[in-house]
Unconditional design. Structure first.
Length: 208
């Protein structure tokens, strides 16, 4: 069942193609927003509604790759399916490496287009769930006091309580208390879980 909040953004400067794609998608149960250029989409950027972007590669003004880059810098998680009548391997490779979900050549069949949209929407759901989980973890870590943050940073780097106590100029007993509170606030029972949270939040580097 299609989520009624799902929006498919079609960005293409070819009016007949834009109209035909919109008719096909709406007949399949999707809500569609049409944009005749990348600039028009950026003037009213996509919000948090689930969806994806069907994007023409070559357009007047911003081309598809430039718009893809702009959206990436805006932290948009909407997957992009490129549609082009002028495809070439280097361009398609560049688009995919930059995160595009798919790269389709015009004309595209109904089944191929709908399958690409379904894959893109599945990817959106995965990315949204991942983002939501990270937001939850960031909220947990943001609840630390400054001293708890220091203890957490050292604990996940494998420091022992006595080492942390020495580095922070505190007693080992105090560090144990802070460590207990940190684990409680993170809602974890093991060091491995705490380390996993730090890794997912990008708090550890290869040098740690």
């Amino acid at each position: 069942m299609i989520d009624p909040a799902t929006l498919i953004h079609v960005v293409d400067d070819d009016l007949p193609f834009r109209t035909a794609v919109a008719r096909l998608l709406r007949a399949s149960g999707y809500q569609v927003v049409l944009h005749e250029s990348g600039e028009q989409l950026l003037r009213n950027p996509p919000g948090d509604a689930p969806g994806c972007i069907l994007l023409d590669m070559r357009m007047t003004g911003l081309d598809g790759l430039e718009l893809q880059d702009r959206l990436k810098r805006m932290d948009s998680i909407l997957p992009i399916v490129f549609l082009t009548g002028h495809g070439d391997i280097p361009t398609s490779v560049r688009a995919i490496k930059a995160g595009a979900e798919d790269f389709l050549s015009k004309p595209v069949s109904k089944d191929t287009l709908l399958e690409a949209v379904e894959r893109a929407l599945a990817r959106y759901r995965d990315q949204r769930d991942r983002r939501d989980r990270l937001d939850t973890l960031r909220a947990l870590v943001s609840a630390f006091t400054p001293r708890e943050s220091e203890v957490f940073a050292l604990v996940v780097r494998g420091r022992l309580n006595k080492q942390i106590a020495y580095e922070l100029g505190a007693s080992e007993r105090t560090i144990k208390a802070h460590r207990h509170v940190v684990m409680h606030k993170l809602k974890v029972a093991s060091l491995a879980e705490a380390v996993s949270i730090a890794e997912r939040l990008g708090m550890l580097t290869s040098q740690d």
